[in-house]
Design a protein around this ligand. Structure first.
Ligand SMILES: NC(=O)c1ccc[n+]([C@@H]2O[C@H](COP(=O)([O-])OP(=O)(O)OC[C@H]3O[C@@H](n4cnc5c(N)ncnc54)[C@H](O)[C@@H]3O)[C@@H](O)[C@H]2O)c1
Length: 386
């Protein structure tokens, strides 16, 4: 490894994302050896000492903390990585910014629009580097879709369609709160809108530009669930399913659907874009493939091409194996770490920044407001997402 400059990471939260990020920090130097910076696993924080100590030993962190404020107060930490449930994102980010730390924050940026706005104001005031882990952008097939769209090959865009379907909350006996924080509106902020559609919206804003207005419907199929903290049957405040349609600024129409009640689907994130000349579609369950249809092909041979995005000239692939061998979900996080480290070298922002993620938050808020009021809502986006 050539990297000589250290980026000392303080990671908060040792669950699903704590693992994906730790893996990203550990792998990046092996596969992106020319980066000037290398992450150092300086400290990890979670509230339970035994569990966080086990995690530190497994992943190779040099030290542990059980209080995130103590972690932020340390002067041997350069960057705070927020992998906690959504309820902590704003409070931790505000404190980290005030302490002058770089911040890598999990999505959605926050539970609510005011929280997200405060986070953007805090990083801008402090002038600290920031990024949000909308990791699907960094899958090679999705990055290739961006390159194809930006080259203008699709022509005028007419339709953008995205789904994110799961089936894990159909059981009425599933509780809310605690480990099931996604089911508790106080912790998550919203249901599928902030958890799943936020991914679809981030990708859509990046690929197809700003969304002007939205019309949405949400449903909570199971109205009461036992809360882990009280043991009481408590009203469910999250949206179990959300459908919305929208106008993009480029004149195209968008159609989005997300639910945790689509029996048979575990994490079916798909998108399709239909342009004047060509269309693109992608499916997370077959993540190394990008499908492409071009009407300009000779009619006898015209049809959907299935591009196996594993060639050396495809995005990120020159860093990995030989053509034909696929990457997985975890590589998107390795790529995001690589891009963040590169941004330190180039002194460029690492998109999506907090400001980019704020635009996604605006769309989420407009979607929830639209569903609540049964009316069209403007998103109020004023910054193009990069
Ligand atoms: N980018 C993605 O694709 C993706 C996927 C899953 C989750 N997420 C996001 O990542 C975040 C974490 O989700 P997860 O699935 O890893 O959750 P998780 O429940 O698996 O892990 C959360 C961790 O945070 C810890 N924690 C909670 N409160 C804490 C506190 N006050 N101080 C220190 N640690 C605390 C918990 O002990 C746990 O280790 C959420 O914001 C979620 O939306 C993003």
């Amino acid at each position: 490894m050539n990297a000589s400059k250290e980026l000392r990471i303080g990671l908060i939260g040792t669950g699903f994302m704590g693992r994906t990020h730790s893996n990203g920090y550990k792998r990046v130097g092996d596969f992106f050896p020319k980066l000037a910076y290398r992450p150092v696993l300086q400290a990890v924080c979670s509230r339970n000492l035994e569990k966080v100590t086990d995690f530190a030993q497994q992943w190779g962190y040099a030290s542990v903390e059980t209080d995130w404020q103590a972690l932020i107060a340390r002067d041997d930490i350069d960057a705070i990585d927020i992998c906690t449930p959504n309820e902590w994102h704003a409070e931790i980010a505000l404190a980290a910014a005030a302490a002058g730390k770089m911040i890598l924050c999990e999505k959605p940026l926050a539970r609510t629009l005011p929280e997200a706005e405060a986070m953007v104001a805090a990083v801008e005031k402090a002038g600290v580097r920031n990024t949000v882990w909308y990791n699907y952008r960094r899958l090679p097939a999705v990055t290739l879709a961006k390159q194809i769209i930006d080259s203008g090959q699709l022509g005028r865009i007419f339709h953008y369609r995205a789904n994110f379907l799961q089936d894990w909350t159909i059981n009425a006996n599933l509780s809310q709160g605690g480990g099931n924080w996604r089911m508790d509106v106080a912790s998550a902020g919203s249901g599928v809108t902030g958890d799943l559609l936020a991914h679809c919206i981030d990708t859509a804003l990046w690929l197809n530009g700003s969304i002007r207005d939205v019309s949405a419907v949400t449903e909570t199929f199971i109205k009461e669930r036992v809360h882990e903290q009280t043991g009481e049957l408590t009203a469910v405040g999250i949206d179990d399913a959300c459908l919305f349609h929208c106008h993009f600024e480029n004149g195209s129409l968008g159609l989005f659907e997300s639910t945790r009640y689509a029996r048979g689907h575990k994490a079916l994130y798909t998108f399709e874009i239909n342009g004047e000349h060509a269309s693109i579609r992608w499916d997370l369950h077959d993540l190394n493939r990008l499908e492409y249809f071009d009407h300009r092909d000779a009619s006898a041979l015209r049809g959907w091409r299935s591009i196996h995005v594993t060639d050396g000239e495809h995005p990120y692939l020159s860093q990995w194996w030989v053509p034909g061998l696929g990457l997985g979900y975890e590589h998107s996080f390795v790529h995001q770490v690589a891009d963040f480290l590169k941004s330190l070298e180039t002194d460029e922002p690492c998109h999506p920044t907090f400001l980019d993620a704020l635009q996604t938050q605006r769309v989420c808020q407009a979607v929830l407001d639209s569903a609540a009021t049964r009316s069209w809502q403007n998103t109020g986006i004023y910054e193009a997402v990069q």
